[in-house]
Design a protein around this ligand. Sequence first.
Ligand code: 3PG
Length: 204
Amino acid sequence: MTTFSQLMGTQTLLPIIQADTVEQGLDIAKAMADSGLKVVEVVLRSDASLEALRAIKQQHPDLLVGAGTVLDTQMLQQALDAGADFIVTPAITDALLKAVKACEVPGLPGVSTPADIALARENGFHEMKLFPASLAGGIPFLKAVSSVFRDVVFCPTGGINANNRCDYLALPNVIGVGGTWVAQKEWVEAGEWHKITDACKAVL
Ligand code: 3PG
């Protein structure tokens, strides 16, 4: 089975699409795809998110579109039904870990403590999202756990931006970073799609 890092390939940013409407999701996805990025995450945080994910996949067959903010097994099933290419969770439960592990698409479980890492690892995961990265200890935390969990790598998300992303990416146990800074709410509200494309281009 493909792992999350294999799916990302050389891409080191996982850009997050927060869409209040399907049209908004499509516009954001187009702006991101125009930059050359190949993998995006639609967070399931609005009534339109699942439909937006479906529509993005239809309009951009070349994009790999993951579902984020998957909180439980019901949301997981909805994300899979919508065609999610991978699954990202902000946190873990034993049931969610087992269900994500059983999926045919890669999963990136969200952890924030050494106990979370141990539980996710026990369920067969070696690639995890650190969330919320800046509040969960950020770079010092990632350095501290690197010698303990030597077979685990992370995609930190939450508080990552254009200024600190390279510091995270310089760590050997970081495979990529996720964030919303490349699709800021005010740009979306103003329809300034080129700003999203430019911000995404800046990380390539
Ligand atoms: C996530 O879902 O991973 C976070 O909401 C992203 O956090 P950010 O807005 O600080 O990038």
